[in-house]
Every structure is written in C-alpha cells, then in structure tokens.
Design a protein around this ligand. Structure first.
Ligand code: PEP
Length: 250
C-alpha cells in the first residue's frame, strides 16, 4: 500500500545564496498555501538558519542534504545530526548518488548516516538507484535491493521511520527520466523488501527522483507505489516547482 498524501522534497544541491533563497521561497510559500501535498526543502548547510527563519510557521519542512556518520569530534567539515536538529531540520538526504559517486560513500556509510539521523529524531531520505551500466546489465533490482538491505540491516525496527528515494543515477540532472512503468517496477520491488522487513512498512514513503519536471510529474506520481518526488533542478525555479507540487496535490 502506498501513501495517499504525496511527499515532495526539493534538493537545492550546491545552489543558492542569501538573496536568491529569499526570492525563491517567497513566491513558493505564497503558491503552496493552497496545495495539499507534504513538502520539504533540503538546503545547503550554511543556509539552515536563514531557511529555518523563512519557513517558520509555514507547512514546508526544512531538510539537510547530508549528515555525518559520526556523533561529534575530529571530523573537520562535517555536520552532525544534532547540529541539524538545532535548526529544526525534519529530513536529511543520505546516500545521494552524488555523495556515493564523488565522496565514495559505501552502503555501510549510508546506513550509518541513516542511523545517526534517526537517533536525532530526523527522518533520513535514503537515496538509492542504479547506474546506466547496471541497468543495461540487468542488475537494477539487485543493486537497489543491496543498497536498501544495508540500511534495513543497520536500522532494525526503526526502519519504518525512514523515507526512501529511488533515483536512477542515469536520470539525475540529465533530462532523462525513468518511464512511469520503470519507476513503478522498482518501487514495487522496494515496497515488498520493506514489507518483508517491517510490519510497519506501510508508513514508509517511496519517492521517485531523476529529472522530474512539470511535464512528467503527474504521470510518475500516478503510479501506485510512487508516494512523492525528490526534485533537484526543477526545485530551483518557483514556477516550475509549483507546477510539480500542483501535480502532486491532485
Ligand atoms: C536530485 O538531485 O536528487 C535530483 C533528482 O535531481 P534532478 O531533479 O535535477 O534530476
């Protein structure tokens, strides 16, 4: 079973600035007031304080883009889950393919990050997905199941508190999107893996991410196991993002 109210999460990646953030958020909040989906914005760490202030009193939750796998200590440059919590962060992305690829994050590291977030009362948005080579080699199912298994193994009964985002690596920032059928197929696999791991798995939202835009959002979100979206590029323009959120609110 899937979630009836969609969860839509914007991932700003390494974009933004004090002035640009304020001008993006203002029309977003105006347009969002009439919408019925749940939503969050995952912003660069230096802007958490600004965004906590801008989003205060709105229905939009604040998210981080990464969290340390450690609690505290000599880890220069890292941000702990407790630090995120200090800024009322509700969600944090872990295991984004850009972290797995450019920062060599392993399945075990991603699982540990999810664990730290959960311990601080923050919902980890666990990203997983196959590369183009893996898809072409028929390994999609095996890859996503392996990535999810590591998080399930490390998080035991807390697993029902996570959010999962299926993000095929070949679709992120490329303009290529999984077809609704391709997305549904993988989401169904992830759903049954989660159901096998927890009796509370119906609580878990499974988001699709990868070049979601105003044109393709409605069809992707209409799939029975697609509970929402993780949106990168299109979340940086208020009009585009609002169109996607409208599609999610039908
Ligand atoms: C992402 O960064 O998680 C993402 C899905 O990016 P885009 O929407 O730009 O493909």
């Amino acid at each position: 079973m899937s979630q009836s109210i969609k969860l839509m999460v914007g991932n700003w990646k390494m974009n933004g600035g004090l002035a640009a953030n304020a001008s993006l958020v203002e029309p977003l909040l105006d347009g969002m007031s009439a919408l019925s989906c749940r939503s969050a914005l995952c912003v660069p760490a230096p802007y958490l304080a600004q965004m906590q202030h801008l989003l205060m009193g709105s229905s939009v939750d604040l998210g981080g883009q990464d969290v340390s796998a450690h609690d505290s200590g000599a880890y220069t440059g890292e941000v702990s889950a407790d630090m995120l919590r200090d800024f009322s962060v509700r969600y944090v992305i872990v295991g984004h393919s850009e972290r797995r690829q450019y920062h060599a994050e392993s399945d075990a590291t991603v699982a540990a990050k999810a664990q730290r977030a959960l311990a601080a009362g923050i919902t980890p948005i666990v990203c997983l997905g196959e590369s183009l080579e893996e898809r072409e080699a028929g390994q999609t199912e095996a890859v996503v199941k392996r990535q999810l298994a590591a998080v399930i193994h490390a998080n035991g009964h807390c697993i029902s508190e996570i959010v999962v985002a299926y993000e095929p690596v070949w679709a992120i920032g490329t303009g290529l999107t999984a077809t609704p059928e391709q997305a549904q197929q993988v989401h169904a696999v992830l759903r049954s893996q989660l159901q096998a791991a927890s009796t509370q798995a119906t609580r878990i939202s499974i988001l699709y991410g990868g070049s979601m835009n105003a044109t393709n959002a409605a069809e992707l979100l209409a799939q029975p196991d697609v509970d929402g979206g993780l949106i990168g590029g299109a979340s940086l323009k208020a009009t585009d993002y609002l169109s996607i959120l409208k599609a999610a609110s039908r």
